[in-house]
Design a protein around this ligand. Sequence first.
Ligand SMILES: Cc1cc2nc3c(=O)[nH]c(=O)nc-3n(C[C@H](O)[C@H](O)[C@H](O)COP(=O)(O)OP(=O)(O)OC[C@H]3O[C@@H](n4cnc5c(N)ncnc54)[C@H](O)[C@@H]3O)c2cc1C
Length: 211
Amino acid sequence: MLISDVTQVKAAPGTVSFVRQLFQGKLNADVSGQGGVTFMSVQAGSYRADQMVAAPAEVQVVTPALDASAIRQKPEAPFRESTRAVDLTAADIIVSVGRGIKEKDNIHLVEELAAAMGAELAASRPICDNGWLPMERQVGSSGQTVSPKVYMAIGISGAIQHLVGMKGAKTIVAINKDPNAPIFEVADYGICGDLFEVVPALIEEVKKARG
Ligand SMILES: Cc1cc2nc3c(=O)[nH]c(=O)nc-3n(C[C@H](O)[C@H](O)[C@H](O)COP(=O)(O)OP(=O)(O)OC[C@H]3O[C@@H](n4cnc5c(N)ncnc54)[C@H](O)[C@@H]3O)c2cc1C
């Protein structure tokens, strides 16, 4: 049995279950194998590489007895080639923008900050739904799951569907004008203010610091 896209492993004496998301991240399900060999794959970005602990494990070689005539699925040509040009899961620093940016013409502001910081640019879903940034830059339950060293959330409220995609970041910085925005609950550093004032000042400071 294969359990794919696992985000958490729950181990107790004699039993193990796996957590995976259903319905585009609306539900977390505990799933376990039905006996026999269980294979699992882990959702990209679910675990931080710097927290991995190497532990010796027993390696078991499995040679499944496969009878080709028992395979009922016949693959056809791929429906759509995967064209993911941006791999946010590999980024150390991510500058992510939300609806607080107001309109497409203002996106250049966060692009400039990302460039100054050497960061990848990401976004919340409304930004990608509006076509202001490509879908491949969306973070969240229906986008990419990321765990960078720094995640800067700019004008993002912190809806649960966004948080599941970025709460594994080592350091979260939030810029939001609403002091009650849920993003501040997960932020390590918060700037409560107007992004149109804060971001230009940050760009200037980062450029100064980098020479
Ligand atoms: C099935 C499903 C799947 C979903 N998947 C995803 C997903 O993968 N990713 C995702 O992001 N969302 C996803 N969503 C949508 C999610 O529920 C939220 O609607 C979305 O994350 C909100 O985006 P936002 O924070 O940019 O916008 P908003 O919630 O509108 O927040 C905008 C924020 O900007 C702040 N702001 C406004 N003006 C300024 C300013 N001048 N300066 C500073 N701050 C300002 C506001 O205070 C507010 O907090 C999904 C929803 C569903 C139902």
